[in-house]
Design a protein around this ligand. Structure first.
Ligand code: SF4
Length: 290
């Protein structure tokens, strides 16, 4: 594993006795010295908050943009996709838990090195950088530094996120983001609290803030019996349409993983019915993982 590099974190306050409170996401972790936040990516070191995953790249691939998924942003192009480790939600059904809840081997990159790798692959059809695989909002300082540099080089920036970030850091990052795919994991606060250890209102606020500012697509992973009722999918689609009927919605099929061995994935027929229902409100509804 690459040597830990403790980069100064932004968005926190000192609360006395060497304690700090992180202000990056709605959890607002209050951390004693040496304590690490719920996301595994930020730690109180000697009374200062540091980022543990700055420049730590655990996954890097030149992916089709449709795989993010983004269907209506430069279709047919490729994007250099990078991820690190950690996540500030704890979804029991996580489809990427080796990166989100563990700390796999990483290779250290500077922003200059990652942006150079993106520039070097432009000739292959690459349009920029996607921050993805684990949760990029808790990779904040590195994403911010890369995104600024990438824009200077004429590259696009894409973020694939759970949307669990506070307004102020999001607003500072938004001018550098060209497209964003935000998970809306259900349309119920109960689901978010029980299954993800978060609250839906923060994700809804992020979607509402981003939709007028950059290209936004939304993904909902359908889990039979948990978030796939017609009533819930209908409410979700109606709410998105109240922001803009042009927001693409990806209804994606889950597979049993992490702490959930069941239920079995949703049937194709059921997905088609729910997609049809969502199309009563939204212009663009896609089915994923089918
Ligand atoms: S970003 Fe991490 S450390 Fe900061 S409040 Fe959120 S979970 Fe806690």
């Amino acid at each position: 594993m690459a040597q830990p590099f403790l980069a100064p974190a932004r968005y926190y306050e000192k609360t006395g006795d060497s304690k700090v409170k992180c202000l990056l996401c709605p959890h607002g972790c209050a951390l004693n010295p040496e304590q690490t936040g719920l996301c595994l990516a930020r730690q109180n070191v000697d009374g200062k908050l540091v980022s543990l995953n700055y420049g730590q790249v655990t996954a890097l691939a030149l992916d089709p943009i449709e795989k993010k998924p983004l269907k209506r942003f430069h279709p047919g192009s490729l994007i250099l996709s990078a991820g690190s480790f950690g996540c500030n939600l704890k979804c029991s059904f996580c489809q990427n838990w080796h990166l989100s809840q563990e700390q796999p081997p990483a290779k250290r990159f500077s922003p200059e090195q990652l942006v150079k790798a993106a520039e070097d692959t432009v000739k292959l059809g690459n349009i920029g950088l996607a921050y993805t695989y684990n949760e990029p909002s808790i990779w904040y300082e590195f994403v911010y530094d890369c995104a600024r540099l990438a824009h200077q080089k004429g590259l696009k920036n894409v973020m694939v996120t759970n949307g669990y970030i506070n307004r102020e850091p999001l607003q500072e990052l938004l001018p550098y983001l060209d497209a964003i795919n935000i998970d809306l994991k259900a349309f119920s606060d109960d689901f978010y609290q029980k299954m993800c250890k978060g609250r839906i209102k923060h994700v809804r606020e992020t979607i509402a803030l981003c939709a007028p500012a950059c290209h936004v697509e939304v993904t909902t992973l359908l889990i039979p019996g948990f978030n796939d009722s017609e009533e819930e999918v209908g409410m979700l689609a109606r709410w998105l349409a109240s922001l803009s009927a042009d927001i693409p919605l990806h209804l994606s099929r889950h597979h049993p993983d992490y702490q959930m061995n069941e239920p079995a994935p949703i049937s194709r027929q059921r997905m088609m019915e729910l997609a049809e229902l969502a199309r009563q409100h939204l212009k663009y509804v896609f089915m994923g993982n089918v």
